[in-house]
Design a protein around this ligand. Structure first.
Ligand SMILES: C[S@@+](CC[C@H](N)C(=O)[O-])C[C@H]1O[C@@H](n2cnc3c(N)ncnc32)[C@H](O)[C@@H]1O
Length: 231
């Protein structure tokens, strides 16, 4: 959990991540006085940022340790331990639902989206955000191994390619007016090496990337899929 949190914190601080979170909040519509749930909230930053924009924000995460960290970091906000597939929220009780880098970790994303629709009031908005783990781009002298390593990492997740399905999942669940955007994070510094170290332990491949780092020749691109729709 602590290494995931450290990686999330490092990513969160990047200017493009800050802008992407802001865009995700904008797509939730007018937040003033609205109740918004951030599902899979992790360390809770988005909950505090949503509250700062006038929402009554609730953070929910399956991991009790994450919720403990969120409560400590962002006192005064509401955090619950809970499961995206089966939320302990009343039907129609929220006007915004957000899940950032979460659905790829779920066994049944369609069930989570149906659950989102249940808890959203008519006219409420949903925003899903995350990478498609098969489409991480890395420049390497060994493209075959690169493809194999990226796909091997993708295969560690229950739903690695769910981001390309966000729009269809929402339509299938009865959401309307989908908006689709792709915002690509480009990593050319030491943050790229940290990211690649979370993808693989393959020593010679990482050594080539480290050498590229010393020569300022690292290039990693991560398309982030952002899809919003109306209930
Ligand atoms: C990659 S982290 C992203 C955290 C946060 N959304 C962010 O952007 O920093 C994924 C989070 O989803 C949570 N999670 C995984 N499965 C879940 C489930 N079934 N219900 C609720 N949360 C879940 C994990 O515990 C973790 O905190």
């Amino acid at each position: 959990m602590s290494s995931l949190l450290a990686a999330l914190d490092a990513g969160d601080a990047r200017p493009d991540s800050i802008a992407l979170r802001a865009r995700s909040y904008e797509l939730l519509g007018d937040l003033t006085g609205r109740t918004v749930v951030d599902v899979g909230c992790g360390g809770g930053r988005a909950v505090a940022e949503l509250a700062g924009r006038g929402a009554t924000a609730i953070g929910i995460d399956r991991d009790a340790e994450m919720i403990a960290v969120a409560r400590e970091r962002w006192p005064g906000n509401e955090f619950q331990v809970g499961d995206a597939h089966d939320l302990r929220l009343e039907t129609g009780s929220v006007t915004g639902y957000r899940a950032d880098k979460v659905l790829h970790t779920l066994d049944d994303p369609a069930r989570a989206v149906a659950e989102a629709r249940r808890v959203l009031a008519p006219g409420g908005r949903i925003v899903l955000l995350g990478p498609d783990w098969d489409t991480i781009v890395v420049d390497s002298d060994d493209p075959e191994t690169t493809r194999r390593l990226i796909h091997a990492k993708a295969d560690t997740f229950p739903s690695p390619r769910v981001a390309r399905k966000y729009r269809n999942l929402l339509l299938d669940a009865g959401f309307t007016d989908p908006i689709v955007e792709v915002h690509t994070g480009v990593f050319t510094d030491e943050t790229a090496l940290a990211l690649l170290g979370r993808i693989t332990q393959h020593e010679s491949w990482l050594a080539e990337q480290a050498e590229r780092g010393r020569a300022n020749r690292v290039f990693v691109a991560v398309p982030m899929f952002l899809v919003a729709a109306r209930c």
